[in-house]
Structures are given as C-alpha cells and as structure tokens.
Design a protein around this ligand. Structure first.
Ligand code: NAD
Length: 485
C-alpha cells in the first residue's frame, strides 16, 4: 500500500507544511500510514490571510449560491463514501462496518442540513412605536476550527457546514493523529465552486493549533477535544475576546429504571460503551441500573457482549477495532487496572488481546465492571475506551443526584417505559444532550453539545447558527432628533 500524503490546503491549493516532518500510523498494524510536514505559524498566518480575503467574497455571496455549493460538495463526498470510509478506518482504526455507514454520511448530512438553512438566516424587526429597529444576522468572520481524532470527516463537516452556510471563512486543523480526510472536504468544496481561501486546512499538533487560536485575525474558535485542551484553548481565546464553541469530553450517565425494556437498555449500553472501541465523547460509561433488575441486566449484557468480534478493522465482520494510539491504549489498561485495585468486579473482558489480531495493533476486550462505587477512578474519569461501569440505585432521586455528581455534562440517557418519568428525570439531568429509551443517536437536526466541563455552544440543528453568526442592531429614527441643547 502506498503512503498517503499529509497536506495543507491554503487558498485553494494543496501545499506541504513548512515545519517538521509529520508521520501517522495505521492503528491496526502500527505501520506508517501517511507522511508530510507540520504547518508552522507562518503557514497558519498564510491560511488566515487567505481566509480573510475569502471571507470578503463569501459573506457577500447570496445565500442560495452558498447553499448550492454545500449541496454539491455533499454529493461529491457521498459519491466518494467507500473510498473515504477506508481512509477513516486506516486513520482511526475504527471498524469499516462503522465508517461506511456513519462517518462520511453524517458529515454529508450536516452539509445538506446547513445548505437548507442558509437561505433562512434572518434578523428581526422590532417595533418601537413610530420608530423601529431591526437586527442583522451577520457572519462572525474567520473561524479557526480544531478537531479531535475519533470522527475526523464528521468533525470537519460539523464545523465547516454551519460556518460556511452563515457566510464565514474557515481555517481547519484536524487532529495530528488523523489528518487525512479534511483535505477531501476541502477538495469537495472547491470542486463544488467554493471560492479559493474560504476553506483552508493546516496540519500539526498542539503548536499548530495554538498558533491558530492565538492569531489576532481569527474571530472565532471551535474546538472538539478533551476538557483539558478545551480549558487551555478557551482561556487563550478569551484573551482575544474571541467567540468559542467547545465540544469536549464527558463521563455521561445512562439510567436504567426497573420498568425498562431490558433488551433495549442492553443495546443502548453496548452502543454507549463499545461502538468505536468506546472512543466516543458522549458515551454513557456510568450505567446506573435499578437494583431490582441489575442481575438480569448484567446477564443479558454479558451474553450479548462476549461474542463481539475484535480484529482487523478493514474486515467487514469486525465490530471492535484497535485502540488509536499506544498512549491511549496505556491509559485504558491503567484504568482497567485501577478498577480492579479499587474494588470493582471485572465481569467481562479486562484484557489486551493479541491472539488472532493483526500484528502491531493494540486491542482491548470490551470490558464490564460491576460493584462499582461513585468514588472509583473508572467511574469519575473519562477513559475513552471500551470500559463500562455498572452501578446500582434504589430510587429516582438517588439516581438523578448521582448521575449529576460529575464535573462533566455532555450527555445522559434514561431507559423507562414510564414516559412521564423519562421527561421528569431528563429535565433534571445536567447534560447538554439527553436520550429517552435510546443512546448516542445524534441526528443533524438536533443540537449537540455539553454543559459544565463538557463545553459551551452547540453544533448541529438551528442552534448552531447562534455560534456562527452575530447580531447587529440597527435603530431607525423616522422623526426628528430631539436634543436638549
Ligand atoms: P485532544 O484534546 O488531545 O486534541 C484535540 C485537538 O486539539 C487536536 O487537534 C490537538 O492537536 C489540539 N490541541 C491540543 N492542545 C492544543 C492547544 N493548546 N491549542 C490548540 N489546539 C490544541 O483530544 P483528542 O484525543 O483528539 O480527542 C479525544 C477527546 O475529544 C475526548 O476527551 C473526547 O471526549 C473529546 N471529543 C469530544 C467531542 C464532542 O463533540 N463533545 C467529540 C469527539 C471527541
């Protein structure tokens, strides 16, 4: 297999970064997947300058034309689905059975959704008894966007689509772990007719991201990443009084009441912990199960999870691929060890696997801990791996209080057949996105984002418009100006 190239995309052209050499690995084989060079601060500056010039053109482009470009780019990416899904699988290690149906598709749907929204952006008219005011909803300007590694093309599109629909220009930095598919988004937009400079890509790690966040001509920062990175980035952005969207980590609760359909609750818990080898921000890793049904729940959970197929993520039958990096693998294994040491009972998995796996890949068995308590490290901290903690509770009030007892607030789920209870509980959960009787479904029409240390702002849905536009108020005097002078 020939190596992929890591490239910038600045002012409509693919270029090599002028910084140090950059290499990425295929997590399934630990072999070199892509090579290129990091973008330096001067590459970032060139991208921001191109974006500023692009912004002047794009903000004055009629909304219908902006929509046409986004729709067309969506179709171009849709046509490349299989090829790009394979790139995502090689870059992230996530199973092809996921990337073929989720990654490009959810990015494309976001482009389509915001293409539809573009023409409906509007301000409001405010009657002032004779006089009046109106508001203009204007683009923010140059948006610096920074992605996490786990869903690269989806994250790129979730930032590009609302930003571009609203008339902004973008400089996007994908994760240094998964730099490839952002260029496909840039190519599709260009082919669809996006003017040069409106969408740019720079490559690199923390330093490259920091140059973007700190750049004086960047108006807004949108980050998807860990809470620790979010805190640093938001504080630098605050120095320049830049608007921010922060999509950060979580330790989300999933509550299973005694009347829940247990088969659905088990499906939800599996999706909330083992999909993408557990490397999903909104995962429901604290599974609170009512004490009267916990034994039945665990029995079903183990029966249905012990046969999950680990292995080569490029094979269609593989359900659980490798962990993305050695650092992440070590973190997961150390949490599993802490879980055991702190007294949780490992009832499924708990080991790294090498037998029958592709050589060089780092695989972790889907793992379930029971007899967990709220103070354990595996219950308090984001692991970002296939590790579920099952906790028990005896009444609704207790479940809510314990579910909220976390610094995070990204997501939460409730399983119950009593829909009054479902809505009542969800109303009290401190989370930006909640599900009743399902988990981890994120349609593009529904706003997504966190509270507490899980972030600020929303992606997707009409709510995202608030974060990619600003309001200008205009007062109109229809009479004479009264002055006391
Ligand atoms: P990370 O925080 O290590 O990196 C995220 C991005 O920030 C990368 O592109 C990185 O290069 C960049 N970065 C790091 N330090 C920076 C700095 N000082 N200035 C500017 N940029 C900087 O996260 P990761 O390992 O790529 O992703 C996993 C994390 O992301 C998890 O915590 C997960 O929960 C979270 N996540 C959140 C969402 C969401 O929508 N809320 C989605 C996916 C992942």
């Amino acid at each position: 297999m020939s190596l992929y190239q890591i490239q910038n995309f600045i002012n409509g052209k693919k270029t090599a970064g002028s910084g140090a050499e950059m290499v990425t690995l295929n997590p399934a084989t630990n072999t070199v997947l892509a090579k290129g060079h990091e973008s330096t601060a001067s590459d970032v500056d060139a991208a921001v300058k191109a974006a500023r010039a692009g912004f002047e053109v794009w903000k004055n482009t009629p909304a219908a034309e902006r929509a046409r470009v986004l729709f067309k780019a969506a179709q171009i990416l849709r046509d490349r689905n299989d090829e790009l899904a394979l790139v995502e699988t090689r870059d992230t290690g996530r199973a092809i059975q996921e990337t073929e149906i989720v990654d490009v598709i959810s990015g494309v749907e976001c482009l389509e959704y915001f293409a539809g929204v573009a023409g409906s952006l509007a301000g409001e008219h405010i009657d002032l008894a004779g006089n009046f005011a109106y508001t203009r909803r204007e683009a923010v300007g140059v948006c610096g966007a920074i992605g996490a590694w786990n869903y690269p093309i989806q994250i790129a599109c979730w930032k590009a689509a609302p930003a571009l629909a609203c008339g902004n220009a973008v400089v996007y930095k994908p994760s240094e772990i998964t730099p490839l598919s952002a260029i496909a988004v840039a190519e599709a937009l260009q082919e669809a007719g996006l003017p040069d400079g409106v969408y740019n890509v720079v490559q690199g790690a923390r330093e490259c991201g920091a140059s973007l966040v700190d750049h004086p001509d960047v108006d807004k920062i949108s980050l998807t990443g860990s809470a620790a990175t979010g805190a640093k980035v938001a504080s630098v952005a605050a120095g320049g009084m830049k608007a921010v969207t922060m999509e950060l980590g979580g330790k989300s609760p999933m509550i299973v009441f005694e009347d829940a359909d247990l088969d659905n609750a088990v499906s939800g818990a599996q999706m909330a912990n083992f999909y993408s080898s557990g490397q999903i921000c909104s995962n429901g890793t604290r599974v609170f199960v009512h004490e009267s049904v916990v034994d039945a729940f665990i029995e079903k959970l183990i029966a249905r999870s012990k046969g999950l197929v680990l292995g080569d993520p490029e094979k269609p039958e593989t359900q659980v691929g490798p962990i993305v990096t050695k650092t992440q693998f070590d973190q997961i294994m150390s949490y599993i060890e802490k879980g055991k040491q702190e007294g949780a009972k490992c009832v499924l998995g708990g080991n790294a696997v090498t037998d029958g796996m592709p050589e060089g890949g780092l695989f972790v068995e889907p793992t379930v801990f029971t007899e967990c308590t709220d103070d354990m490290s595996i219950v308090r901290e984001e692991i970002f791996g296939p590790v579920m903690s099952v906790l028990t509770f005896s009444d609704e009030e207790e479940a809510i209080n314990r579910a909220n007892d976390t610094q995070y607030g990204l997501a939460a789920g409730v399983f119950t057949k009593d829909l009054s209870r479902g809505h009542r509980v969800v109303a009290r959960l401190e989370a930006g996105t909640c599900w009743i009787n399902t988990y981890n479904i994120t349609p593009i029409e529904m706003p997504f984002g966190g509270v507490k240390k899980s972030g600020v702002g929303r992606e997707n849905g009409r709510a995202a418009i608030e974060y990619y536009t600003r309001i200008k108020s205009v007062y109109v005097e229809t009479g004479d100006v009264e002055a006391p002078y």
